[in-house]
Design a binder for this molecule. Structure first.
Ligand SMILES: [Zn+2]
Length: 250
């Protein structure tokens, strides 16, 4: 299995221990996500040192109103690394930063342009900003991964435009019926699963620090929701992850 979104540099436990536990649980590939320049450097160091780990590199929307937003050129340099496979996470957050949305949009647009320039997929964070995110992405010509999908309003543009839709542990929560309805509607070849470790631990381990080894809980809820066989869904999602991020087939 491939965990398409984890913050290995933000996990308390050392990455090699986390990855050992992941492999034991059948998670052999992880896309680790950088959220700022220092975090991106750590993500790349982990990817370099670990089998089965690649990195997405971005400056997240929470840093849009900080000096970090001026460092997109440094991102371009880091993205030349052979283990860097995507731009992100990047996007818009109206929940944690409604007052900085204009700055977030500028930083988001700069990273979309970078993804087009480098012909890399883009990993999107969108929270309480579905309309703005859909508008910002309207002209983007590359591959889009909607990480931690949690805005049902984004489903229609996602389906229309062929975006990859990645579900995290929150799709397993009892009150997440609307998200599960969305998960049932995503095309077979566009569905992804992630942990967003160390955040959003799925229901059976909720409240604990999340790790890639917990991906299975999210996958089994997705399978149940879609009336799919879990083994077949695992194989399908692994193919999808490889296609989305340009990885060699597992
Ligand atoms: Zn994330």
């Amino acid at each position: 299995m491939t965990d398409t979104h984890a913050h290995l540099d933000a996990c308390d436990a050392p990455a090699d221990e986390v990855l050992d536990r992941a492999r034991t649980a059948g998670v052999t590939r992880v896309v680790t996500i950088g959220t700022g320049i220092d975090s991106c450097r750590r993500a790349l160091a982990i990817a370099e040192a670990s089998t089965g780990v690649v990195a997405a590199l971005g400056i997240d929307p929470h840093r849009a109103a900080t000096p970090e937003a001026e460092r997109v050129d440094e991102l371009r340099v880091l993205l030349a690394h052979p283990r860097a496979v995507a731009v992100g996470e990047t996007g818009l957050d109206g929940h944690h930063g409604a007052d900085t949305l204009p700055q977030q949009r500028i930083l988001f647009d700069a990273q979309l342009a970078l993804a087009e320039e480098l012909d890399l997929p883009v990993v999107i964070h969108s929270r309480a900003a579905s309309e703005e995110t859909a508008a910002a992405l309207a002209g983007f010509r590359g591959t889009v991964v909607l990480h931690c999908f949690s805005e049902p309003e984004l489903l229609e543009p996602a389906l229309d435009r062929g975006y990859y839709v990645s579900f995290a542990g929150n799709v397993t929560y009892p009150k997440a019926e609307a998200l599960r309805e969305c998960a049932a509607l995503v095309a077979d070849e566009r569905l992804l699963a992630e942990t967003d470790s160390p955040y959003l631990a799925p229901q059976p381990v909720r409240g604990r620090p999340n790790e890639p080894m917990h991906l299975r809980h999210t996958l089994s809820v997705l399978a149940e929701t879609r009336g799919a066989d879990v083994g077949e869904l695992e194989a399908r999602l692994d193919e999808n992850a490889a296609r989305a991020f340009g990885l060699a087939p597992a």
